[in-house]
Design a protein around this ligand. Sequence first.
Ligand code: ADP
Ligand code: MG
Length: 705
Amino acid sequence: MELNNSLNKIQGIGPLFLAKLHRMGIRSIKNLLFHFPHRYEDFSNIINISKYKLNEINCFKGVISGIENKRTFRKRMNLTYADISDETDSMRIVWFNQPYLANTLKEDEEYLVAGKVVLGPDGLYLSNPAFEKISKKDDQELIHTGRLVPVYPETEGLSSKWFRFILYPLLKEFASKIKDPLPKEIVENNELMPFEKAIWEIHFPKTPELAEKSQKRFSFQELFFIQLLVLQQRIKINHQRAWQIPFDLKIIKEFTESLPFILTGAQKKSIWHILNDLQKPRPMNRLLQGDVGSGKTVVAEAAILMTKKAGFQTILMVPTEVLSKQHFQKIGENLSKFGVNVGLITSKENRITKNREMEKITRKELLEALKSQKIDLIIGTHALIQDNIILNKPALVIVDEQHRFGVEQRARLCQRYGAQAKLFPHLLSMTATPIPRTLTLTIYGDLDLSILDEMPKGRKKIKTEIIPPIRRQEVYKFIRGTVEKGKQVFIICPRIEAPEETEISKLILMDTKSVKKEFERLSKEIFPDLNLVMLHGKMKPKEKEEIMEKFRNKETDILVSTSVIEVGIDIPNATVIAIEGADKFGLAQLHQFRGRVGRSEYQSYCFLFTESRARKTNSRLKAMVDLDDGFKLAEKDLEIRGPGSLFGLKQWGIPDLAMKSLGDIKLVEKTRNQAKELLEKDPTLKNYPLLQLEVKNLKTAVHFE
Ligand code: ADP
Ligand code: MG
């Protein structure tokens, strides 16, 4: 049998199991061997039945008798009873809902059993134990009891017991045949456990120490492959040729002098990094990370201007049409005086700035203008990847709110415009999500980083308060006062429609306010004399734009919205944001919402409505009150939710152990250094065909591109 054979060659795996394994992403024998346990049960200490410990896991060896099935009618459960006896005592065993056991178990045979001893109404019993028949042969190797027993990530119908049963013979056949993909010098330099031993120990460890050492080896291995992949990518980018955009200091001076404010030190430094990169003949790959409101747009504007002055074009991709319109207006306003012509492409309309006016044009005219380079900057959503857009000289790609896009989408955007021109565009990604160091050293390892760690001067801390139901009216009064002072207000609701009133929805969604209902209530009952508008994602793009437009022009006072305004929206005159059902949102999202206010020198406020009294939600919301720094909030989020869900890494297909070790900075640094060293000697890994293969497999499994 071959290692890459599909699983149907294995005895004991029929079509039903096969389908279940496929659903877990296990397709080959090799996949199965690399399905590692996530913990171990210690059944190694076999004791006499008379020495049992109540409410603890006990492992006994004895003869089984009195096997019988019973049904309890009241609870509709199947119970299987048996007795186990050794020379010291005997004990009752009860299994729940596994009636087939009565046929599997053999009377008067010797078994090892492991499970919890508990006290029931009819006395002591061993509850739902794992069991294993003792064979007459002396060299029997135990796999389910009497040892450290592996517990696997399970799915319905594929139990840990089943995995052990299938994996043990597979390991016997294959463990010695698999070649260690890690070069010998790497194994030795890092004191890693050799492959064959490690694959045995990770599944069926002799001691906890050996289990740990084997895990460490595979963690190293998985991270090492990721490092190789990412670093090779970086080498590849460095070999690509890009448009060279000369750095013209005079233009930048003029630009900064035209701004109504002074750039922060961090903004200046980032502009400097970027303009330096753009001069080079290889593509920039830079991430600009700065908390909400730190002023990323103006940094992008400097790069756009420089690109135009050098005679090239820029593509700016954003996650929502609302945001694309905002950028079109703001950037158009700031840059058209420097002769930058801006185009906007949305599903409903196309626009262009011309002599500082914003004109509507047809799609055809827009495409024509892009081709003939009458437009220097084109702004749009992911339609920029798909649509049939051709640019004359696409030298710079900017992705705003990059965390909203998949890694592949970003790479596809660059590749698409790079392929058109045969020269590769420079890439500037922008995000408010802080990326922990361990990630910039691994999966984001191909990026250079600029950080805006300084807020524009004069910003006041946004006052944040948790609002229980009894204080609701007080907040409404405050909102009214805010509007009377000429300022504007956001009210965020978690849902669009009111849920259908089923019993369950009443229970779960009780306090989840819908925009539609809430809008009605607020405009009829609470603020009948004020100007309210509603915004949600299901509206037509045109409608959304008109609403935003009116709000921006101060024609309306209060915007009642779903999370569509989460990213990017910049309306400095809005100073209050009230969030309904605040406990329904994650910290990162709440922080993004809050960032919609506090964008000027006025004091701003954020009110977190909640009806929840659970301690956990409260500590989360309290973090919002205490912390105003996005980085610290992200750390808290990381603590609460782990890197997987926070960065969407689960969808990337990163192997489990690598995911767990992404938090281990020492291991991350070690694997990175080792990978660097190796690639310096052999950039294509031509002397390491096994590594080459692993990296190739990883590239298809993980969606880095
Ligand atoms: P974000 O980083 O969230 O994208 P924006 O680029 O939208 O932030 O900037 C937020 C607001 O701050 C905008 O109104 C912008 O004009 C303003 N701004 C940017 N830089 C400065 C600065 N150095 N001083 C004062 N205001 C600034
Ligand atoms: Mg922004």
